[in-house]
Design a protein. Structure first.
Length: 154
């Protein structure tokens, strides 16, 4: 699995195409074209998964019980609007209008990479959320990692 990280300011063109940052594509390896999967993320962003990560995530969802309403509802929400996209010869991906509308992205965006996936945000909303959450970062770190032996390494 790739190790992705970083914030990448980017602009979408009039057709909704996003040029994937060369640094991220390098971390994914290979020469392309690259296949990604896009779905609705939490907090009104879009999630972008490299193909291998998507397949692994789908395998996790496959283990959910289709006879439990909560599992069915999650599965529906997760796959709602999901689609695969392949980079073109200029390393761009075309994101459909409905997904861009869901995230409120028109032109200026932030591609936030972490662990093995990426989030695509409306630029202003991304910084608005991070600025608001920055005040609580210390408390959140204590809550999430405070009791962990691994937290000493952070």
């Amino acid at each position: 699995m790739p190790q992705l990280y970083g914030e990448y300011p980017c602009k979408l063109d009039a057709k909704g195409r996003l040029k994937m940052p060369a640094a991220l594509l390098k971390k994914l390896g290979g020469d392309g074209p690259w296949t990604f999967f896009v779905n609705r993320g939490l907090e009104n962003c879009l999630m972008i998964y490299p193909e291998e990560v998507w397949e692994s995530t789908v395998e996790q969802i496959r283990t959910l019980n289709p006879y439990r309403a909560e599992d069915r509802n999650f599965t529906r929400m997760f796959f709602r609007g999901a689609h695969d996209i392949v980079t073109d010869s200029a390393d761009r991906i075309l994101i459909n209008k409905g997904m861009l509308e869901h995230a409120g992205i028109e032109k200026d965006a932030i591609l936030f990479a972490y662990l093995d996936r990426m989030e695509l945000w409306n630029r202003d909303r991304y910084f608005e959320i991070l600025d608001a959450d920055a005040q609580d970062y210390s408390e959140l770190a204590e809550k999430v990692l405070g009791g962990s032996q691994q937290s000493a390494a952070i």
